[in-house]
Design a binder for this molecule. Structure first.
Ligand code: M6R
Length: 606
């Protein structure tokens, strides 16, 4: 939520900030702003709406200067407006601040400032920071920052300018990500790697409670008491090409099409030529684990639903899936015999991070499945398995989901083998099916045109349903979320067998129903459920394996066939046409598919 960029060096800072903010727009796009150190003053420009508005303002009237901080906002405190946009500043505009996070005690701090005669220009929590820095400013401004940060509660990634320090960006982090990029005679701060990749692939990850003093030719790190901190410089392996659209019209489409490679990369990292699954770095005695809790949000939660199936069916371990924001408040029976698996593309989702911390405090072993190396969840969990999806920029998660599910299958096979609860033949059979997934996804992607034609039929639909039984139901949940978030069509996912307990009352003439039928053991029952909605006028699009084509065609208006694959693994492949379907409905409706309204990619508030 919210993106921060800062630059100090020899180049025109506003160009670099705008470029960096564009890469971070997925973190929020309610407004954007910039503060540039110019001669003897800080020049601040901010505009509500997309970054384009700020860019146009800077094109009309440029801002000279080689040091700047910028911000792209996802509104929490205060509606999107010019006033509520960052940077925020003190009354004589000598101090400017960009912030990602929430200052939880801002009301009491604001009252103290109001009592002292300060006035506020915005409704934001952030504005208390420049005002406090102003109130407590002392000779050494860095000491002032330390003092103020000890007064605030909540989460923050901060970039701070002070006109008296025209060569310096101050920065700090607590519970919101911040990295420092190291260049040649230029340095950067940013919320995430894509903002910097064009300029450097060398970064420091700020830890909670750390501050930085960033100048053109030096970067220094400290703790909140001002003690110097030594940090490791990391080299990022992602390429610029991965972080751009690379010829596709949208990031979402590019990321859907990247899935054969991202799934293959995720498999390759952990499966040897001898077909051994390599998770021995996970420091865990599986025999001691009595239950598994999978905790995540949104699409990562939906991946967890498939993970539960895999762990229970293959590894025979009792597993539950929880929404991170609910898990913490449900008094889960987590103890030292529990394994808690936190799933998060970004590795920064605050609810998931909080669930991780609670679980650790209860003595559980924690394992992160995440896509971002060095993210908070990756660093704080006892063990990490990375998905190798590469940067996922579109707000709608696609390749992260399929790689997360892939990891769950590898993990289930690995645990099953460790527990000696799977026969060699069965292990090899499931693994061979898993290894076939990248090729099969390629074949499904070749049906893109066919899927777009079906999407055309849904352009004007207000409502729709996704149906499935067993594993197919968990895919239906992900498909429904995808459709909702990018096309704004109201859809619901239902377990097909549950329909007649109420929901079937909603089925009316021509309402689209997308039915997933990949599970052989449930096939006949699923087909009966399709007949039930068809009989009530639904327009049925079915997704099934080729082997089921004949029967499914008889009960459906349209059928999307996926290649035959073991039913257990079908959940990874059959979601792909549904991702494409959501993409096409959105773009055919003329919506901004990469940046759907009201959303942000990385949700770092509770
Ligand atoms: O970064 P995370 O995986 O923790 O994010 C979790 C959700 O916010 C995310 O999956 C969200 O639901 C996506 N927009 C779905 O496409």
């Amino acid at each position: 939520m919210c993106g921060i960029v800062g630059y100090v060096g020899g180049k025109l800072a506003s160009d670099i900030i705008l470029d960096g903010l564009e890469k971070l727009e997925y973190r929020g796009y309610d407004s954007a702003g910039i503060a540039v150190q110019t001669e003897n003053k800080i020049d601040i420009r901010k505009k509500v709406g997309r970054l384009q508005n700020l860019s146009e303002s800077i094109q009309e009237k440029g801002i000279e200067g080689n040091l700047a901080i910028g911000h792209t906002r996802w509104a929490t405190h205060g509606a999107p407006s010019d006033e509520n946009s960052h940077p925020h500043y003190n009354s004589d505009m000598t101090i400017a601040v960009v912030h990602n996070g929430i200052i939880e005690n801002y009301m009491e701090l604001k009252k103290e400032l109001l009592d002292k005669g300060y006035t506020f220009n915005s409704e934001t929590d952030t504005e208390v920071i420049p005002k406090l820095l102003d109130l407590y400013e002392e000779e050494d401004f860095f000491k002032t920052i330390q003092k103020v940060l000890k007064m605030v509660r909540g989460s923050y990634a901060l970039g701070i300018l002070n006109v008296k320090y025209p060569d310096t960006i101050f920065c700090a982090r607590k519970d919101s990500p911040l990295i420092v990029g190291k260049g040649e005679k230029e340095n950067f701060i940013a919320s995430d790697v894509p903002a910097l990749l064009k300029y450097t692939n060398k970064v420091y990850y700020l830890e909670n409670g750390e501050l930085g003093i960033i100048k053109e030719d030096s970067v220094e790190f400290f703790d909140l008491d001002g003690n110097s901190v030594e940090k490791e410089l990391h080299e990022i392996k992602w390429t610029m090409e991965q972080a751009t659209k690379g010829g596709y019209s949208h990031f979402m489409l590019k990321e859907i099409f990247e899935q054969p490679k991202s799934i293959e990369d995720t498999l390759k990292r952990r499966i040897s030529d001898k077909k051994e699954i390599l998770f021995d770095d996970i420091n865990l005695d599986i025999e001691k684990v009595k239950d598994i809790y999978i905790v995540a949000c949104g699409t990562a939660y939906n991946a967890g639903l498939q993970g539960k199936f895999a762990l229970q069916k293959i590894a025979k371990i009792k597993s539950d899936v929880d929404i991170a924001s609910e898990f913490r408040y449900s008094d889960p029976f987590v103890d030292e015999n529990s394994l808690v698996i936190l799933v998060s593309q970004s590795g920064e989702t605050l609810d998931t991070l909080a669930a991780l911390r609670d679980s650790k405090a209860k003595g559980a072993r924690t394992l992160a499945i995440t896509n971002v190396i060095g993210s908070s969840i990756a660093r704080e969990a006892d063990d990490v398995i990375y998905t190798w999806a590469g940067p996922e920029i579109a707000v709608a998660s696609t390749k992260a989901y399929t790689t997360q599910v892939t990891v769950f299958y590898m993990l289930a096979l690995y645990f099953a083998k460790k527990k000696a609860c799977i026969e060699e033949k069965e292990y090899n059979r499931i693994l061979d099916n898993l290894l076939a997934v990248p090729k099969q996804v390629e074949q499904i992607l070749a049906k893109d045109n066919e899927i777009m034609k079906m999407a055309e039929k849904m352009i004007d639909c207000q409502h729709g349903f996704f149906l499935g039984r067993g594993l197919d139901y968990s895919v239906a949940q992900e498909a429904s979320l995808k459709m909702k978030e990018v096309s704004y069509m109201h859809t619901e996912a239902f377990a097909s067998g549950e329909l007649k307990h109420g929901t079937i009352a909603l089925i009316e003439q021509d309402i689209p129903v997308l039915a997933i039928t990949t599970q052989e053991s449930l096939f006949e029952k699923s087909v009966s459920n399709i007949r039930e909605v068809k009989a009530r006028g639904a327009f049925v699009i079915s997704i099934t394996q080729e082997k089921n084509a004949d029967l499914v065609k008889q009960v459906s208006d349209e059928v999307i066939l996926i290649p035959d694959i073991d039913d257990l693994i079908a959940g990874i492949t059959c979601v792909v046409p549904l991702q494409l379907m959501a993409y096409h409905v959105s773009t055919l409706r003329g919506l901004d598919v990469d940046k759907p309204r009201n959303l942000a990619k990385s949700v770092t508030v509770e």
